[in-house]
Design a protein. Sequence first.
Length: 660
Amino acid sequence: MHSTLEITLILLIAAVLGVVAFRMLKQPPMLGYLIVGVLIGPHALGLASESTATSTLAEFGVVFLMFSIGLEFSLPKLKAMRRNVFGLGMAQVVVTVAVIMAGSAALAWMLPDQFALQWGSSFALGSALAMSSTAIVLKLLTERLELESEHGRRITAILLFQDLAVVPLLILIPALARPGADLFTDLGLAAIKAVFVLALLLSFGQVLLRRWFRIVVQRRSQELFMLNLLLVTLGAAWITEIAGLSLALGAFIAGMLISETEFRLQVEEDIKPFRDVLLGLFFISVGMMLDMRLVFDNLLLVLALLLVPLLLKFGVIMLLARLFGASAGVAIRTGLALAQGGEFGFVLLSQAGELGLIDSGITQMILAAMVLSMLVTPFLIANADRIVLRLSRNEWMQQSLALTSLATRTMGQEKHVIIAGFGRTGQSIARLLEEENISYHALDLDPQRVQDAQAAGAKVSYGDTSRRESLIAAGIHRAAALVVTYADTQAALRTLHFANELAPTLPAIVRSADETDLDKLRAGGADEVVPETIESSLMLASHALLVMGVPLRRVVHRVQRARSERYASMRGYFHGADDLADDDDRLQVRLHSVALNESAAAIGRQFSDLGLSELGAEVTAVRRGKNRIPFSLDTRLEADDVVVLRGTAEAVERARTRLL
């Protein structure tokens, strides 16, 4: 039996190795967590087993995920979604349960000896299979930036209703096992309690939260702000739990209330570390449930229990989405995303097994099939576009119409600027171009944003610049420039690849979050890369110099010189303990100061003798005492000199070793 510390260390080691391996294979980290859970779980290597502490922490991962999702919503937006939540969402749960009950009745009639489920048992089974994985689906949609897409909003609405539906289902299933139970009284009391708590949170929650957050912020303590954030998240989850609702629903409401306050962005940044770490633990705990021996011993039955519910849910959700006005492509994407089993399904299935409604052996095989369906989900969502194009002829037609519409809008444009992405940055660029009477056309993947912007007269169309057809339709052969406004390096590189292939001489200007990928983007075909962090540093430094009395002409000259040198003088920075480590941290350019003590090997030697440039490091400055001294290859080093190096972590370390 492992101690709590040993189990924690095993989980951390497994998580790190799993994520590293799947990052190297360019697969979703979530898949790494799930596979790792299968391997170290009690049914495989047996290195870790489920405990109360592990399950609680894993559940907290879902709580923080739902809180983060709530930050993306607001009360008006939720009201606007009510048709999808209480229409499409309710229909999905009811129809799925009804279809599974009908299927069970048909099997019992055809195979009375092998398959004889009572209607209460089939209801419990249908309820469990009707649930989908909130954690997996919303995490994948967030990573793919599809949360605000048309199918993303429908998926979120259905998942929200499933969370609400768990409450009456948890009351109904035990009542079915107790024929004499007063079902309507139990349901009525639960409904009154749930409505009262939700009304209380939604009516008074935002006013109280706004005032309380202001009091906390005025104390100017990051530690207090963080503690308050944890208190609000877990407190809201606790309130809904004691009301008979789920923890995740309370966290979602808390996030939604904070989303309408001025503290949203700060809260969003602070909650990420807790969310991602605990979610990883949740996915590992899901993987630990899978018993591979059981799967192999009953392979055909488990595969049937995997494929039949998967295809059944996909079909039901797709058809319902079509009935509620979705296009074929949106309906198929919605069905693919929600076809798997869910974490609340585990709860309902376990409850039914404990009450004797479903045989324990069958319960284990259904559980294994549900976990396998969750393992399949990242692949289904990643390949959704290909599946949609294969299943829907209309999707080809709609894409063709979208491209034709785009081509029609840009047909009369020449020497225009193509703007990739029409968020805040893209819209600012468009306004400046309009003021200079320069023609532009923007492409964006958010249908709501495109619709609103078009209604306001902006020249924007729905389209993906990382697709060759979209660039051609946007008139790339007639364009004067391409501006990529989103700070997503991989998407930008795909756009640059097709842009250079179609119009090799077209100037391309790309936005980057920082200087980390500057060389990569320039190698990919960008003529100019604008790192946000460096540009903000230049502007701040410019204002600081002006305040200190430096003439405007000299300030402008310094800024222009930094830009003309391709930001070379500003690339690299001194890394601190609070800087986040990136996947390619070893390759990041950084600055590092090396103080030479009296025993340093470099004392009395010239830089020309040290050959630091051969190690990949560059000397940017030398400080002697309180002053910087002129630097050259002939500079002879003395004790207590400080040498500032620039280069990758490995190059800087090699140079530091040679100096000392």
